[in-house]
Design a protein around this ligand. Sequence first.
Ligand code: HEM
Length: 106
Amino acid sequence: MSYIAMNRFKIRPGRTADFEDIWKSRESKLKELKGFREFRLLKGPETEGHTLYSSHVLWDSREDFEAWTKSQQFRDSHRNAGKREGESPIMGHPQFEGFETVLHEA
Ligand code: HEM
């Protein structure tokens, strides 16, 4: 059954464009990976103090996702994550959530 891996990011006020640019300009490796189906960067509600975003990836299986987290591609994609110059647009650490698909209707 498919698996959805999501990371929630809280973005500082006024820094949403910077955060989106990081993602738009990244060199994505996802298409090289077994089991990768779809990627989305999702923008959620703006609350007092931050804007919520989520990276959302659909995988064929949890095993495929876990293999990616142990891959060179994962390390390459995170070499600069959170380590760019100046204050990061991201507040604190992202919060990871992984979901097994139970039902799928399309
Ligand atoms: C469970 C752990 C994590 C998962 C599942 C995850 C998921 C992802 C995915 C799917 C990508 C896109 C990779 C590609 O297109 O090839 C990515 C890149 C990125 N991740 Fe993560 N990530 C994790 C940990 C983190 C942490 C701890 C940070 C902390 C700042 C972070 C920040 C970023 C950023 C900013 C990018 C954009 C790439 C770049 O910086 O150039 N991620 N992540």
